[in-house]
Each structure stands twice: as C-alpha cells, then as structure tokens.
Design a binder for this molecule. Structure first.
Ligand code: ADP
Length: 478
C-alpha cells in the first residue's frame, strides 16, 4: 500500500513538491508518510497568502472566530483514536501519551475560542479633564510558527490556536520528522472552514524552509520552539530582517531536588516520570537529580530498580512503558552523551545501552556520582538519560539547581513546608513543582522559562495574548 502523502497548504490550495519519506522509529523499515517539500517560492506564496488574508480575518466578527476555533477543537477531539496512532507511529509516543496529546490539542483550540470572551483591553482614568484613556489590542499580523518534533500536535496547537483567535494569520513550518501530524492538522483546519490564506502550511528543513520564514518581508512575528542554538539564530535573523517580533521556547536542564525528608516512593515516581517518560524527549524533563546525602543511596537504588523494570517497546503495544528514540541521529547522540558521562567519572547504575534488535530503542539510563560541572549535567541531552548529583543540604541543593544556563522547570520532593517555600522563592526557573514531576503542565497556565530556556512573552493560558497582539494606547478627548 502506498503511504499517505501530505502537501503544503498555500492560500487554500494544496501545493506539491519533491517527496520526502518519514519512517516509524520503532520499525525503521515502515514508511509512515511522505510529504511534499516546499521550495522558496512556495514559502513566499504562503506568506503572501497570509498577508492578503490578514485584514479580513482581523475584521471577522469575533463570533465567527470563536465558532471556527471551536469546530477545529471538536474535529480534533473526534479523531483522538486515529491521530494518537499516527503520533505513536510517527514520533514514537506511547499510545496513552499520544491520546493525551491529541486531547490537549483539541482542548487548546476550544480554550482559545472561549478566551475571546475575556476582556480585550483596559480602561484607565485620565489625569486630564474630559479625556478618556484605554488600551486596545490589535492582532500582530502574519505569524510564522516553527515547531519541534517532540509534541507534533500539541505545540502547533498551542501556537496556532491563540494566533488565529487573536486575529492573526499563520504560516506553520513543522519539524521535518512529524509532517504527517501537521498535515492532518492543516486538513482539519481547512475542513472546519478557515478562509483561504488564514492558515498555511510549509514543510521541509529548517535551514531552507524555516530560514525563508525568518528572512522574508511580510512576516510580523515568529513563534519558535526548539533548541537553544537554533533559537539564538532565529533571534538574530528576526532582528536583522525587518525587526520581527519573536518568541522563543528552548532547551532545559531541569533539576529535581530530593531532600532527606522526602517520601521515597513519591521521589522515585517523580524522578522516573520526569527523567524517562516520553523517552526523556521533553524540554521539561528532569535531567539532573539533586539528592541530599541522607536519602541518596536508597533513592538511587530504588530509582535504578524502577528504571530497569520499565518495559521498553513498540508504542502501539499497550504493555510498553517507554517508546523509541525519535531518530537514529538522536539515539547516537544519547549514547555519545552516556560515553561522555562515563569518561567524566559518572557510573551507569541503570541502562546506558541501545536495546538490541530493530528500532531506535534505548534503555532508561541513570548516571550516578555525577558533578554539576560535567557536560552531562550542563548540556541538554533530550533522551532517557538522567544524572544524580549528591548534595549536603537545601542551600547547596538550590545552588546546584540554579547553576545552569537554562531555567525552564525545577522541582523539589520534600515533606517540609518551609523547604518547599524556600524553593519556590529561590529556585530560578519559569515552572516550579513540589512533590510532582518537573514535566506535566496545564494548558490554562503560562508556560515558559528563564535564561537560555526562553525569550519573549509566555505561551499558553491567557498570557499567550501578549505575543499575538499589539497593545495600542488610545486617548480620546470629548
Ligand atoms: P530539534 O533539536 O528539536 O530538532 P531544532 O531547533 O533544530 O530542534 O528544530 C526546531 C525547529 O526549528 C524545526 O522545525 C527545525 O526545522 C527548525 N529550524 C532548524 N534550523 C532552522 C533555521 N536555521 N531557521 C529556521 N528554522 C530552523
């Protein structure tokens, strides 16, 4: 059977191009889909279509925007089963996680439909007589959206939904590895009745297709999620090419502190989830476990045992607890980091190896006896690899946790209210968790980090409005 094919979407038309295939990371011989790669002309045409559609979309009665977003959300929710299977085959996500992601994507569209019923500006008292002062919000305009492969539906959804809701038009450039998910989203948006040009899709490599979006005139802003290196490049390009507004969500090297007074079961559960679930391929994953001396040995032994017990296997098998690594390149990079960690003096107390057989499978890997100055503790690995750093007390734990270029999420496991409060006051990250994994966020709350993890306004929740709208201050004399 011929694999499904996904085309670019430009001004309501499906546009072909040279075909590229994507394979299933659990079964590398299986082609999941093919996509048509966009060339520069296609990208420029998509930007032109978005530009042409922008004034009309911004002036649509808000009821129509609400209705469209609601229909998109409902259509996604009506396809949880088949889209989850696609996510599992394309990205390697466990079926249960994939169902959760599809649900989240659908709910995100419905959430932003309802956000439009929130106040759209503010009224101030003027210091002058007979003057009325208000702040209104206008759409930013044409937004280029560049997304990574680890959440093929949820991340496009949490950018596209607020962009459209607040009256912008969109050109989406998804990661090359997950174009089928993006293609299905595009089909759903078209079938839900989006006017031509309001949503456009261009697929292909970042360095060509993404680059066109960054440098082309006619794009007002770029919302990007990906690595910190690429994010820095996106920022420079946006400044140099038309001073585009940009929002960057980038890497993390997130610490989970475990104090002596922690409930051991809770600590192991949080670390297991944060370090290894989703194959460690989450920017909020806990990749540094900062553990107080008194609980250290018991915690490491229990976590290593739990990690070894995880069933690594095909995401479509309901018994699997850990899916494959997304690509051969990523698997090679993960294994290289394990080698670097061992060379630096850490010890692998669980995993450390490729699982033999077909597919890009890796055993969950715990590196004990790590120090915070090792490369495995400083660089984002983006795989099922976590390291343990021993500390003496809370002060040292917070110091180690904060000693990173990143700052996306950080967690603590403790029974002490005062330690938890100290952590919430002093830990330097955009998302803090107490007695919970560092990964796992909710769509109505702001998402984002500090330092090398973030640049620009927060995503998700009502905070998303700050990126997708421009405040305009109006003074009216009467
Ligand atoms: P990852 O390590 O998750 O692949 P990247 O930052 O490389 O992270 O990729 C995230 C997204 O950025 C992808 O859609 C990718 O194609 C895109 N991208 C990569 N390089 C560039 C670039 N030079 N310009 C624009 N987009 C890019």
């Amino acid at each position: 059977m011929h694999p499904p094919r996904h085309l670019n979407l430009v001004g309501g038309e499906w546009v072909d191009g040279p075909r590229q295939a994507n394979t299933n990371p659990a079964r590398p011989d299986e082609i999941v889909s093919e996509y048509a790669q966009a060339d520069p002309d296609t990208v420029w045409a998509a930007i032109g279509a978005a530009r042409a559609a922008a004034p009309g979309w911004a002036r649509q009665p808000v009821g129509e925007r609400i209705a469209l977003l609601d229909r998109i959300g409902q259509a996604i929710l009506a396809r949880i089963d088949d889209l989850a299977v696609l996510l599992a085959r394309e990205e390697g996500k466990l079926l249960g996680e994939a169902r959760g992601e599809v649900t989240r994507a659908g709910q995100t569209f419905r959430y932003y439909a309802h956000q439009l019923l929130q106040p759209a500006g503010e009224v101030y008292l003027s210091t002058r007589d007979d003057v009325h002062a208000e702040v209104r919000r206008r759409p930013l305009g044409v937004v280029g959206i560049i997304t990574p492969w680890n959440y093929p539906l949820a991340i496009p959804a949490w950018k596209v939904a607020p962009a459209l809701a607040y009256g912008n038009t969109v050109v989406l450039k998804p990661a090359e590895l997950v174009t089928a998910s993006a293609g299905e989203l595009a089909r759903i948006i078209v079938d839900a009745g989006a006017p031509a040009g309001v949503f456009n899709l261009v697929m292909g490599p970042g360095r060509t297709v993404g680059e066109e979006l960054l440098t082309a005139p006619g794009v007002d802003g770029i919302s990007f999620t990906g690595s910190t290196t690429t994010g820095a490049h996106v920022a420079r390009r946006c400044i140099d090419h038309g001073n585009k507004r940009f929002q960057l969500e980038m890497g993390g090297k997130n610490p989970l502190i475990v104090l002596d007074d922690a409930d051991l079961d809770v600590a192991v559960r949080c670390a297991l989830d944060g370090s290894f679930f989703s194959t460690g391929q989450r920017c909020t994953a806990s990749s540094r476990l900062v553990v107080q001396a008194g609980i250290h040995d018991r915690f490491v032994a229990a976590l290593a045992e739990a990690a070894d017990a995880l069933r690594v296997g095909d995401p479509l098998d309901p018994h699997s607890q850990l899916g494959p690594v997304v690509s051969p390149e990523q698997l090679a990079q993960n294994l290289e980091y394990v080698r670097i960690g061992l060379d630096e003096g850490a010890t692998a107390v669980a995993g450390g190896t490729h699982r033999p057989g077909d597919g890009q499978f890796m055993r969950p890997t715990l590196l004990a006896a790590a120090r915070n100055d090792m490369r495995v503790a400083r660089e984002e690995i983006f795989g099922p690899v976590s390291c343990v750093i021993r500390v003496d007390d809370l002060d040292e734990a917070i110091e180690v946790a904060n000693d990173t270029a990143y700052g996306l999420s950080a967690g603590i496991v403790t029974a002490s209210l005062s330690s938890a409060e100290r952590f919430k006051r002093d830990a330097r990250a955009g998302i803090l968790t107490v007695n919970l994994p560092t990964a796992g966020t909710e769509l109505h709350l702001p998402f984002g980090g500090t330092g090398a993890s973030n640049h620009g306004p927060r995503e998700q929740g009502g905070y998303a409005r700050d990126f997708y709208t421009v405040p305009v201050t109006c003074y009216t004399g009467w």
